[in-house]
Design a protein around this ligand. Sequence first.
Ligand SMILES: Nc1ncnc2c1ncn2[C@@H]1O[C@H](COP(=O)(O)OP(=O)(O)O)[C@@H](O)[C@H]1O
Ligand SMILES: N[C@@H](CCC(=O)OP(=O)(O)O)C(=O)O
Length: 373
Amino acid sequence: MEHSSKAPYRRVVVKLGTSVLTSGSKKLDKAHMVELSRQMAALMRDGIEVVLCTSGAIAAGREHLLYPQLPDTMPNKQLLAAVGQSQLILAWAQLFSIYGLHVGQLLLTRADLQDRKRYLNARDTLHALLAQNIIPIINENDAVATSEIKVGDNDNLSARIALLCDADLLILLTDQKGLFDADPRDNPDAKLISEVAGIDDQLREIAGGSVSGLGTGGMATKLEAADIARRAGIEVVIASGHHPDVILKVMNRESIGTHFSAIENPLESRKQWILAGPKAKGKIVLDDGAVRAVSEKGRSLLSKGIVAIEGSFDRGTTVELHDQHGHRFAKGICRYSAKALRMIAGKHSNEIEAILGYDYGDAVVHRNDMVVL
Ligand SMILES: Nc1ncnc2c1ncn2[C@@H]1O[C@H](COP(=O)(O)OP(=O)(O)O)[C@@H](O)[C@H]1O
Ligand SMILES: N[C@@H](CCC(=O)OP(=O)(O)O)C(=O)O
């Protein structure tokens, strides 16, 4: 069965989880990696541009060093990634060469994606590789990324890559057939959700953490990735990396796994960037009236509706907006520092100048700088 009779996909990001690359074992399953590279090479031959987002560096590092007993510290993880990434890219380069294809490696962190100049730089490199029929192979730069500058999981990274290269499809391949209504490992009766038209809190609740042991994030991070991509107008499929010809079938719009339709009026590029780029550094809690004004009426956030501020941040920082029950409902760029906000919270906009001695405008978070989730 096909999802619809829409136009064929022309650019796809394929994300392969550690669970797929190792087939659940403790080493890279090269036989299966050949199978996956064969499918991606077939797409490239048909003129479809493929970007590969690959996990597996840490698993490959453990395998290469014969499973060393190392304390679970950040430098040791970085050591494993540094050793494993070179093994991983070597394996991919050899496998794609069977099909006469070259690969190009990009190792990125959040810092590369949130700085506009570096973002555009990475985008140019991606486009240059694709223009020469070279497969970009991307992973997080785990060897140097600290938690501050890390995206942290490749589901989210792949969604950001899909935005970066303007893909029309993101395929997240994992060790399950797709998103189930409960974790299939603990619930044998769990049912596959084949179509998702919108991501809400109920859906987020059924996506638990990673239990495959080697992966990062489980279905929760796949849902976050799907949310980012579909808001940018990109379709998403979560499917089993071991389903025969899975990539070719998904590209053919055959109904396997879980399909997320793209929203019809995608966010403009600046808002996509707000959603996918900077990590929020603070939290603003709003009263009920302000929550309604922002989320239902499309208004900017004014100081009057603020009840609390968490964190310490400068003007121009990305923050989360929460209601008083702890629910995060928007993300945006704040025009005042946390220190200034604490002084004007609950006050009318026309008092700002008298209190602070300056005024950056009524809007604390302007509508144009905000994404309601
Ligand atoms: N609702 C759900 N549907 C499917 N899988 C789920 C769900 N909730 C949690 N999971 C778990 O998420 C795991 C996949 O995530 P992860 O281990 O991070 O894999 P990957 O390495 O492919 O990213 C599955 O093995 C599964 O047990
Ligand atoms: N960057 C890490 C993988 C991080 C990650 O998200 O893993 P996974 O959940 O298996 O896709 C690595 O290469 O080992």
